[in-house]
Design a protein around this ligand. Sequence first.
Ligand SMILES: [Fe+2]
Length: 183
Amino acid sequence: MAFGKYTVAALTLLASPVMAAGTDDLKDSEILAIYAQVNSFDIETAFLAISKDCAASTTELARHLSTDHLWVRRTVLDLAVENGLTYTLPAARIEAQITHDATMARLSELECDRFDGAFLEHDVAFHEAAIDAVRTVLLPAADNPALKSHFQDILPAFEHHLAMAKAVKAGGSVSDVANGGTE
Ligand SMILES: [Fe+2]
């Protein structure tokens, strides 16, 4: 699969050395660990938004995101245990961790007058990248049927998160988007 077809956002999410190695080379154990890592990133930024307690619409969105991604992370852990799969984080994923830590540090320092906009901009880009990564990298590379099914089933929920984040970013609320999430 060609490296060049991926978006900048997807590259930010999935460190380029992993992509450059070719998606077919990703083992299920690596896919699971990458997926857990990415879910954890969104859980952390959502908890940060909840703790900031700025605009009510942003806090409400963050509660949805944290609840859903905790559920996804646990569900996939159960799937892994049931299927005898392990987690192996590729060494190259330290780049994604460094990027995420910088994002957390940057967002943490913002007061409410700037936090909401920065968080929402980050979260829209994050979900666009996550959806792209699941659809074009993780799903095609997964071998285990249960894992493949999970990715197919979860994409509408991720699309729902993206729609909610866009709605809040545009000045609306999560209730402006029809329910299609995991809740
Ligand atoms: Fe999400």
